[in-house]
Design a protein. Structure first.
Length: 165
């Protein structure tokens, strides 16, 4: 599950301190969104761990208009499911054969395949790279520092696995 949040610290406090869901990753990123062509969007994508190994994620944006877009469009609230890379490629082929135009994005800490269901709900199928254990160990050690840095105004990307735009 992925949602938009206005205040990452308030979100962290609620999910981690109140509900006991640990902050396990915090990706500071700068990317272009299709809804904002030509514009670099600064955001933090934070993940909180659930007991079954899945996560709930929150996108927080530097710019209020992007936050409002996310809330109004509900474009980031979506279903996300873990799949193998092989199953992901098979799902992509099935979607294309069904007339869909799925979007495949390599975030370098995961590969996401996005599509829409008949009601317009975004469905994401996520596969992990071979070095996911190394990536997650690094994130678990640094997530709180990244969140604090980002909240303090330093929006420098921290995804050393991704090519810089």
């Amino acid at each position: 599950m992925a949602y938009v949040c206005k205040d990452h610290e308030a979100t962290r406090h609620f999910y981690e301190d109140v509900l006991g869901m640990p902050l396990i990753a915090a990706w500071a990123e700068v990317n272009e969104y299709p809804s904002f062509p030509g514009r670099k969007i600064e955001y933090l994508h934070a993940f909180y761990g659930l007991a079954d190994g899945s996560t709930i994620a929150f996108f927080g944006y530097v710019d209020d208009d992007v936050y409002e877009w996310g809330r109004q469009q509900n474009g980031l609230a979506h279903i996300a499911m873990h799949v193998s890379r092989e199953d992901q490629l098979e799902l992509k082929a099935q979607l294309v054969a069904a007339g869909q135009e799925p979007l495949l994005i390599d975030h370098f800490y995961c590969v996401s395949l996005y599509s829409k269901d008949p009601d317009g709900t975004t469905v994401e199928f996520v596969s992990e790279p071979d070095n996911i254990d190394e990536i997650m160990q690094d994130q678990r050690q640094n997530a709180h520092q990244t969140l604090a840095r980002w909240l303090g105004g330093d929006h420098t990307p921290n995804n050393k696995y991704m090519k810089i735009l």
